[in-house]
Design a protein. Structure first.
Length: 219
């Protein structure tokens, strides 16, 4: 088995990170593994964390996960974490988020960690989402909003991941809109020609499960 814990980032916000994370958790559970979702930071509501909780396994001892274990840091302000923390006059350190993650790793075979927004979103004054990913040290899967403009965002994100010394395990081309256009159809070919990184799946609009055999690519 290769890695079965992953850090999920996106080419931007609202690209389908939570949707894919839930599909991935379900697929790993179907492969016989115990899996927890982890949303270290949430701003605004906790809907994404709640969705991760609903698809996660019980702990190895049979007890249930709590929302606070999946999402240890919640800001009520719907803004970037750095802005939300300033508005709410709160502070935090990434080491506490790493500690919460390590507790999940003890209770589950796999942890699927979902980032906040894109790869370079600032969390505190001198640290970003990429710094959190570096602390957790899991392979990174990039969720791409498969539309016009995705190529630039995807190449920049993959290069930034590699620059931090982390493995980019692959890309997910996610169709966020019901209708496909020329860009969403051709993006895969261009990415395969320009980036040495596997495209793990193309997810169609409102797709409810990953294709059979998906986990064979990553386990």
């Amino acid at each position: 088995m290769k890695a079965c814990s992953f850090f999920i980032t996106g080419t931007s916000t609202e690209v389908g990170k939570t949707h894919f994370s839930c599909l991935l958790i379900s697929a790993l559970r179907q492969a016989g593994l115990s899996v927890a979702g982890y949303k270290a930071i949430a701003c605004g509501d906790r809907e994404d964390a709640q969705r991760l909780l609903e698809v996660s396994s019980h702990k190895k001892d049979g007890s249930e996960l709590t929302l606070d274990e999946i999402n240890p840091l919640h800001f009520k302000v719907p803004a970037a974490p750095l802005a939300a923390a300033k508005i709410e006059n709160r502070s935090f350190v990434l080491d506490d988020l790493k500690l919460a993650y390590k507790k999940l790793r003890c209770d589950f075979d796999c942890v699927v960690s979902e980032g906040v927004g894109g790869w370079e979103v600032p969390l505190i004054a001198d640290q970003k989402v990429s710094d959190l990913a570096l602390l957790l040290a899991d392979p990174v899967i990039v969720v791409v909003d498969n539309r016009l403009g995705a190529l630039n965002h995807t190449i920049l994100t993959v290069n930034a991941i590699r620059a931090r010394g982390l493995e980019c395990a692959g890309l997910i081309l996610n169709q966020c809109q019901p209708e496909r256009d020329a860009a969403s159809i051709s993006n895969r070919v261009i990415i395969e020609e320009t980036l040495n990184v596997p495209i793990l799946a193309e997810i169609l609009f409102e797709q409810t499960e990953l294709d059979p055999g998906f986990t064979d690519q990553i386990l």
